[in-house]
Design a protein around this ligand. Structure first.
Ligand code: IDP
Ligand code: MG
Length: 141
């Protein structure tokens, strides 16, 4: 069984800095996702902390929120059947050093923190993360 889903993707500040937005959007389209919404955001430290609240107690939390608020990022709502799992697969493992060849994090990530992209990990987190960036936004059809 497959179902049409939406997931939240982020092109993180490292990838925007490295001028990889075009390459990553090209890959998103080539993989068959429909872009339902997309915008450039500069998160505040507080917004980054709220977004990554589940990691509040991790040793890397301060560094992560600093990184995520260090420059503009691109947030996208991606639509496809099984979008959540499929986007996670296109991104690859969290640590670029462990990500499979051909995945975005293998290609474009430079460290476990600066790993180029984000993707929601489950239907509940996808709904919450999409609302975080796109509440009140009508997805284009
Ligand atoms: P995910 O992005 O693959 O879901 P998570 O474990 O949810 O990975 O971690 C969220 C983000 O925090 C990662 O994408 C990465 O940017 C950063 N991160 C995860 N683990 C570490 C770490 O051990 N050191 C530094 N940053 C980390
Ligand atoms: Mg995660």
């Amino acid at each position: 069984m497959t179902s049409v889903e939406r997931t939240l993707a982020i092109i993180k500040p490292d990838a925007v800095e490295h001028r990889l937005v075009g390459s990553i959007v090209r890959r998103i389209e080539a993989e068959g996702f429909r872009i339902a919404a997309m915008r450039l955001v500069r998160l505040t430290r507080g917004e980054a902390a709220a977004f990554y609240d589940v990691h509040r107690d991790k040793p890397f939390f301060d560094s992560l929120t600093s990184f995520m608020s260090s420059g503009p990022a691109v947030v996208l709502a991606l639509e496809a059947s099984d979008a959540i799992v499929r986007w996670r697969r296109v991104m690859g493992a969290t640590n670029p050093g462990e990500a499979e060849r051909g995945t975005l994090r293998h290609e474009f990530g430079t460290s476990i923190e600066h790993n180029a992209t984000h993707g929601s990990d489950a239907p509940e987190t996808a709904a919450a993360e999409l609302a975080f960036f796109f509440r009140g936004v009508e997805f284009a059809r």
